[in-house]
Design a protein around this ligand. Sequence first.
Ligand code: IPM
Ligand code: MN
Length: 355
Amino acid sequence: MYKVAILPGDGIGPEVIKEGLKVLKAVGEKYNLRFEIKEYPFGGEAIDKYGDPYPEETKNGCLSSDAVLLGAVGGPKWDRLEGNKRPEAGLLALRKSLKVYANLRPAVLYPYLKKASPLKDELLEKGIDILIVRELTGGIYFGPKGIEPIDSGFRAYDMEVYETHEIERIAVIAFEAALKRKRKVTSVDKANVLESSRLWRKTVEEVAKRYPEVELEHMYVDNCAMQLVKNPTQFDVILTNNMFGDILSDEAAQIVGSIGMLPSASLRGDKVGLYEPIHGSAPDIAGKKIANPLATILSVAMMLQYSFGEEEAAQDIRKAVERALEEGFRTADLGEGIVLSTEEMGDKIVEYVKG
Ligand code: IPM
Ligand code: MN
């Protein structure tokens, strides 16, 4: 019996989660897996009900589960709240409380989605298969921050802070992942300017000594942003900090066709994990039945793989997604094809998972 906490959240969150759950139930039936599924309020929804984006009940539920599946949080309704009362603050508190420091974001170009990529055909010929390993519980997201009045207005600051052990453990995750892939790690930093990046670089170099089979290269983040659109095939594993990983993963998502396609797993080295699509709550399309549920469905596949070790079930989901794309089925964000609603796409994946 696997215990899964579900946090639908805001905007398109509940819509995509509904489809993800359908697929989880379908593989459960196929492989005789039993899930105890419990839903909890989170984000803006929880602010409205309890005045807290990450209420105690939700926290207890997540901490006592084997895995957490999250939709998305945030929206214009809560944009004027103070920083630490916003839905996004709940998401950061969730990640911190689960101690999931390693965020894996695979950006894979499905051959059938080449047309959805803004890049020229010749850049896509050799394919794109990048794993972004983003540090998730440190850096500027969690460093000292504040705002204070000064004569000319205000002074605000957010501090980027990393300790050796935080860099070391995320680097290990990246090198271990590279061993199972093309054995290349690109560590992305801004070591020409930032002290925290110089510690990052030095620490990554130390860890690299334990992995002589893996090629390590360092790249400045500005150059990396450019290289991603110039020659994306050069990348295998990108290892980077919390903030750079946030930015580069949106860029990587767009070059493989749509941000609606990228799943993520946030791990802490044992089986407990947090799984979420990398996209946001997209309030502009919420309720229109056009959101792409595939990033969430692929996040369910990551959950089966990383938290439950159910490789075959995870593979079934990935194959079902590939088949749906191959047969021309698309959600609105993916461009030309047989355009399906959120729910129809979920049904299609369930149909293919069943075989
Ligand atoms: C992401 C999101 C979050 C982040 C926001 C919603 C706090 O953009 O998961 O990429 O910045 O980590
Ligand atoms: Mn982001």
